[in-house]
Write a protein that binds this ligand. Structure first.
Ligand SMILES: Cc1cc2nc3c(=O)[nH]c(=O)nc-3n(C[C@H](O)[C@H](O)[C@H](O)COP(=O)(O)O)c2cc1C
Length: 216
C-alpha cells in the first residue's frame, strides 16, 4: 500500500477471524520489521513474546482485566469487559507483546562513547526503553495493515503484570509495555468515525515558541 494511504487508513481493528491463523512468513515479517524501529543508542532493548497457541491465548485472556464482582472497577473497565464478550480482542489468533529491557539501555549508555557510567535513570528525558518498544509495536501495526492483516494495541492493568510474567515465564528485568492483537479482520461494523474527537493540528503545534490556541 502506498505510504500516505497506509498512514491515513491505519486504525485499530478489534475483531478477527479466529479460524484464520497468521501465516508464519507474515509473523516473521512483522517481527523483522519491529526490530527495524529506531532505538536510543541502538540499544535494541526490546523483546517480543509471541502468543498463538490456543491454551496460551486462553491464559492471556483469563488473566487480563476481569471486573466481575469487583466493586472498585471503573465504568471503563466494565465497558472493556462487555466489548470482550462481543469478541473484541479475544478472537485474535496471534498476540505479540513488546517488552522493554531498561538494563540494556543503562549498559549501552555506560559505554565509552556515551559515558554515563553511573547508570543513573535521572539522566534520561523519558524512558527510552518503553518508547522504543512502542515504536517497534507501531512498525508491526503498520506492517500488518500493509500485509492485509489488522491489529489493535492492548495494555495490561499494572495489577496483572506479576501474573502475566509468572504465566509466561518472563524474567524480572523485563517490562511488558504493550501488546498487539493481530489477525484477519472480521468486522461488519463500519470503522468508528473519530473525526469529531480528533484534536485540530493548530491546537497541538506551536511554531517557534509556545502559543495558547485560545489567544491566537
Ligand atoms: C499505547 C496504546 C495503548 C492502547 N491500548 C488499547 C487497549 O488496551 N484496548 C484498545 O481497544 N485499544 C487500545 N489502544 C488503541 C486506541 O484506543 C486507538 O489507537 C485510538 O482510540 C485511536 O483509534 P485508531 O487507532 O483506530 O485511529 C491503544 C493505543 C495505544 C497507542
Amino acid at each position: 500500500m502506498e505510504f500516505d494511504q497506509l498512514v491515513r487508513r491505519r486504525r485499530m481493528v478489534r475483531r478477527y477471524d479466529p479460524n484464520r491463523p497468521v501465516p508464519q512468513p507474515l509473523v516473521d515479517k512483522l517481527l523483522g520489521h519491529a526490530v527495524r524501529a529506531p532505538s536510543g543508542g541502538f540499544s535494541q532493548g526490546w523483546e517480543f513474546l509471541v502468543i498463538r497457541k490456543a491454551e496460551d491465548l486462553e491464559s492471556l485472556w483469563k488473566l487480563s482485566w476481569n471486573t466481575r464482582g469487583d466493586s472498585t472497577a471503573t465504568e471503563a473497565q466494565r465497558r472493556s469487559e462487555a466489548y470482550r464478550a462481543r469478541g473484541f480482542w479475544v478472537t485474535a489468533p496471534l498476540v505479540i507483546w513488546a517488552l522493554s529491557d531498561r538494563d540494556r539501555y543503562l549498559d549501552r549508555y555506560a559505554q565509552g562513547d556515551k559515558g554515563w557510567t553511573d547508570r543513573s535513570e535521572s539522566r534520561w528525558p523519558a524512558a527510552y526503553w518503553d518508547m522504543d518498544a512502542g515504536a517497534a509495536t507501531l512498525m508491526m501495526h503498520l506492517t500488518a495493515l500493509n500485509e492485509g492483516l489488522a491489529s489493535c494495541y492492548i495494555g495490561l492493568s499494572p495489577k496483572t503484570i506479576p501474573e502475566f510474567k509468572d504465566t509466561f515465564g518472563i524474567p524480572d528485568r523485563l517490562h511488558p509495555v504493550v501488546g498487539l492483537t493481530i489477525g484477519y479482520a472480521d468486522e461488519d461494523e463500519p470503522p468508528r468515525d473519530l473525526s469529531d474527537r480528533r484534536r485540530p493540528l493548530g491546537d497541538m503545534v506551536h511554531e517557534g515558541r509556545w502559543s495558547d490556541p485560545a489567544t491566537r
